[in-house]
Ligand binder design. Structure first.
Ligand code: CMP
Length: 132
């Protein structure tokens, strides 16, 4: 059984997309095993985005992630990481296929609606940060 951390980011929450996104996961048969709505602070976001520290978009990313509430979830299932990442589409909305969450709803690289862990190792690291 594999686990993944998913975040519906402030733009997803502000735009009323929580229901739409969760409904897609449910229709795909994926299991949400933990879920909470929080306003993330700088400390947790600095831990979460440590690999991006120093990149040109880092400060904009932290500011954007703090501007409103986020919905943080753990999903569990076989190949859930690959499945969720396919459903989210590419980070760059120009590359995200129509039918994916970013392909349908995002038009910027930073404000891209959702986050998902990219490997088993990052999933366990991120779950420990958000659900410790
Ligand atoms: P996320 O899946 O949360 O992981 C890192 C985030 O940084 C990414 O989604 C985007 O929000 C943002 N990001 C990644 N690459 C870029 C980029 N080239 N320009 C702006 N923002 C980016």
């Amino acid at each position: 059984m594999e686990r993944i951390l998913v975040i519906i980011k402030p733009d997803g929450v502000e735009r009323g997309l929580i229901g739409e996104i969760i409904s897609r996961y449910e229709k795909k048969g994926l299991n949400i095993v933990e879920c909470k709505m929080i306003k993330a602070d700088r400390e947790i976001l600095e831990k979460h985005y440590i690999e991006h520290k120093g990149k040109f978009f880092y400060e904009d990313l932290i500011t954007y992630m703090m501007r409103g509430k986020v919905l943080v979830m753990i999903l569990e299932g076989n190949n859930v990481i690959q499945l969720i990442r396919k459903m989210h589409g590419s980070t760059n909305p120009l590359d995200a296929e129509v039918g994916t969450i970013r392909g349908d709803f995002a038009n910027r690289k930073t404000e891209n609606i959702v986050h998902a862990s990219d490997s088993k190792e990052s999933a366990e690291r991120e779950i420990a940060i958000w659900f410790s």
